[in-house]
Design a binder for this molecule. Sequence first.
Ligand SMILES: Nc1ncnc2c1ncn2[C@@H]1O[C@H](COP(=O)(O)OP(=O)(O)O)[C@@H](O)[C@H]1O
Ligand SMILES: [Mg+2]
Length: 325
Amino acid sequence: MDMQRMEPVGRSEVGEEKISPVGGPGTAIRAEDLTKDYGEGESVVHALRGVDVSFDQGMFTAIMGPSGSGKSTLMHTLAGLDSVTRGHVYLNMVNATGLSEGRKKFRGQRGEVDLTTLNDNQLTLLRRRNLGFIFQSFNLLPMFTARQNIETPLTLDGGRPDREWMDLLVRTLGLEGRLDHRPSELSGGQQQRVAIARALITKPSIVFADEPTGNLDSLSSAEVLGFLRRSVRELGQTVIMVTHDPLAASYADRALVFSDGRVVADQEKPTVEIMNDLMAKDSQTLLDPPRVPLQADGAPRVRREGDVPDDGGALRPSGPSMSER
Ligand SMILES: Nc1ncnc2c1ncn2[C@@H]1O[C@H](COP(=O)(O)OP(=O)(O)O)[C@@H](O)[C@H]1O
Ligand SMILES: [Mg+2]
């Protein structure tokens, strides 16, 4: 496989930081000059300012950075949930797994597919089969049971769940006995684990998680992070996770720090100490004056009634834009 690799670029205006991909068996997804503006004219917000970044297959990457720095926008544009103003998002179809039917549709596309060139139908299909998304606010359908929620991505396609895979997910995520319950009857941790199972049921090649532990107590967080790490180690999953918790980032193989729409640091094997230092450095030298987000963090676009936080101790409000600073 001769994967197109992203060369280190000097585009970052932060200066000496070299933003280069960490080596690995292949690129899962990468962005080139990814630019996203919200609004126009005087009220324009430059959410992404020409981001070049590459994510390796089978790696767990954390993305940190202050509220409003563009983390959710990066995730949404990478996952094809939001359009881009300029630039490209290349999904590596060679590394994409579990997409037998999706592959047929995209036959001929041997190497990479530029998500920004696809029409809505193509994107929906590709996304459903290749990309899983876990939201901070879970986004479960309140009228559906846990099982129905998990199976949604398949039933939408008229597909049937792979029994063994379903059983493995349910067992690993400790959801036995909870499958016939609705979200309102589950704790926050259980709801997020249902959302993780839903994201993984199609065996996507990449899982995006936007502050997946933001509404969880520390015990549930550890469970969720532990599972994400295992899915990388044992199942070869590629995981890209936004978090503002250095402890959560320390579960990852690599951590990027975002500031004002750019990657400003790229850390291999992040530890709590390293990430604390990087974030402190970032807030001293790089932080913009606070801007008022137009939308609570961008991530929970679809907030549901069933979104109840866990009843544990370490609760954070679900609009992290205020508390993150
Ligand atoms: N739908 C939107 N409309 C207008 N501005 C937005 C929208 N979503 C995000 N933004 C703005 O883009 C910037 C980046 O937001 P976001 O990606 O949500 O940051 P983060 O996830 O790092 O907190 C912020 O200034 C935010 O207010
Ligand atoms: Mg966000």
